[in-house]
Ligand binder design. Structure first.
Ligand SMILES: C[S@@+](CC[C@H](N)C(=O)[O-])C[C@H]1O[C@@H](n2cnc3c(N)ncnc32)[C@H](O)[C@@H]1O
Ligand code: SF4
Length: 494
């Protein structure tokens, strides 16, 4: 048990998440009265106080009633490249806690006090202020407590991204289309999707509803400039090629084929990749597809509930290359059940032979709502050290394949507090992935579970407008969803 007592501030949310990094398996209890701590387990005391008019943050840690250590941060010494006293104070509180946790926990925290999903955004914000690289690295390492390698990584990624983000254009948008059908449910998945076997009768109806929504979005966005289109899911290639073709054709009709800078379709599950499907995508001039192995170990594939094996992935990949797809992405997950360094090396050796243009390396996240969350105790999963070694191998192999990191994001329930990294060969980066991560452009989502993020003019802020995650509600209330998007789009120009 870890007890937390706060004095002079109320940063409960930040304290909870930072504590979870160091004490992932401990129950965390906030107490308002120190007497509630009965000298059993850990006690963290975090206080904010003034001494001779100078503001300090102090963190003290106790174990079984005995004082262990304390750390103090002087708030006005903190440099985060902006003048928000609220933000600086929060950093001070978190830094003091981070330092005191380091003195007692046997964990590393390579991302320091950063809890957010999009750490690269911090670098963009600082670069926008024309702060030089050395000072940015100093802020990341000294104030946010990042490991120097992580700081260099996000600096490197931000520089690679900037040519795709700038100049900013409030008139520009990307379109995301959700096809929420899957051949089976992978145990780790929490994305909104339905099993195709049970919903086969609804595909036609869903396609028509989706096309209706795409037409309405076409009207709403008629004065704006389309940038990229991404059809994801679910598994878009799980539906018949004819249905997917009609959806793509409708996108072209509404937005103009020549206006679209990049068009991605996630083929996802190799077991859905057929010659007919690939020919249809190629005839539609789709630039990028994803064929996702997750792992090349057949035993793991069976455990995680995917209905394909290594050979299916290789077959689908070779077929796509034969048909002429120039950019193929492959998704991997590090930390799957019973996998260690040997298994990830096997996967990477197989991937290296295929030589894809993009590789996205995820670290397993035990997501709320996934089957895995309910059954995790049945499986053996690598510890933080094993996952770190596996991730190092992915970095080595990416380097050997001439793949450079170009986008990065983190998740709350990610194993070992690591990250997901998208790699690409030079000039073949997915612009949509950068847009969705860095949030400098409006994204309009169509289909069940799709989320629109609308940029509010002059505010460097997005308003989230989610579509329903349930098939039944999406089908019945599509007009309501278009209405919500219309409202926020109107607001965004004010
Ligand atoms: C939106 S999912 C859909 C991709 C596609 N349907 C497929 O399964 O191949 C995108 C990627 O996120 C990753 N992913 C999904 N759930 C995950 C989890 N719980 N932990 C880590 N990565 C996950 C997988 O690599 C997956 O390919
Ligand atoms: S991981 Fe992909 S294929 Fe598996 S259930 Fe989720 S969306 Fe479907």
């Amino acid at each position: 048990m870890l007890y937390i007592y706060m004095e002079g501030h109320d940063s409960k949310y930040d304290l909870f998440h930072l504590s979870k990094v160091f004490f992932p398996h401990h129950e965390i209890v906030f107490i308002e009265n120190l007497e509630k701590y009965k000298a059993q387990g850990y006690l963290l005391k975090s206080s904010l106080y003034k001494d001779e008019n100078i503001l300090y943050a102090k963190a003290s840690i106790y174990l079984n009633g005995y004082f262990h250590d304390e750390r103090v941060e002087r708030i006005d010494n903190i440099d985060i490249g902006r003048n928000s006293s609220k933000a600086i104070t929060k950093i001070g509180i978190k830094k003091s806690i981070y330092n005191v946790f380091l003195s007692i926990a046997d964990k590393k925290a390579p991302w320091g006090i950063l809890m957010g999903i999009r750490p690269v955004k911090i670098v963009h914000n600082l670069l926008d202020k024309e702060i030089d690289e050395d000072r940015i690295l100093n802020i990341l390492v000294k104030e946010y407590k990042l490991d120097l390698r992580k700081a260099n990584l996000i600096m490197d990624i931000s520089k690679r991204q900037r040519k795709y983000i700038y100049p900013l254009d409030g008139n520009r948008f990307s379109l995301y289309i959700s096809i929420p059908f899957c051949p089976s449910r992978c145990i780790y998945c929490s994305f909104p999707s339905v099993p195709i076997s049970r919903y086969a009768d609804m595909i036609g109806e869903y396609r028509d509803r989706l096309i209706w929504e795409i037409d309405k979005i076409g009207e709403l966005m008629s004065e704006k400039q389309i940038n990229t289109v991404y059809i994801g899911g679910g598994t878009p290639t799980a539906i018949p090629a004819g249905d997917l073709n009609r959806i793509i054709q409708r996108v072209y009709l509404n937005f103009g084929k020549d206006n679209i800078r990049e068009f991605t379709v996630e083929a996802g599950r190799p077991d859905t990749v057929t010659r007919e499907m690939l020919n249809m995508l190629k005839e539609n001039d789709i630039d990028r597809i994803s064929i996702n192995p997750q792992t090349m170990n057949d035993k793991t594939l069976r455990i995680i509930g995917r209905c394909h094996d290594r050979k299916d992935t290789e077959r689908a990949y070779h077929l796509a290359k034969e048909i002429g797809f120039q950019i193929i992405n492959m998704d991997l997950i590090v930390g799957l059940p019973y996998e260690g360094r040997e298994e990830i090396i096997k996967t990477l050796v197989d991937i290296e032979k295929l030589d894809p243009e993009n590789l996205t390396v995820h670290t397993l996240a035990i997501k709320r709502g996934s089957k895995f969350e309910r059954t995790v105790n049945r499986y053996s999963i690598g510890d933080q050290y094993t996952i770190e070694r596996m991730l190092k191998e992915t970095v080595n192999y990416a380097y050997r394949m001439d793949l450079k990191p170009y986008y990065l994001y983190r998740q709350k329930q990610i194993m070992g507090n690591f990250e997901n990294i998208g790699y690409s060969k030079e000039g073949m980066e997915c612009i949509y992935n950068i847009a969705i991560m860095e949030e400098r452009e409006t994204i309009i989502g169509a289909g069940m579970g799709a989320v629109s993020k609308i940029l509010l003019s002059g505010k460097n802020r997005l308003k989230r407008v989610p579509n329903f995650k349930s098939m039944e509600e999406y089908m019945k209330r599509t007009d309501e969803l278009v209405g919500r998007k219309r409202e926020v789009l109107l607001l965004s120009t004010l």
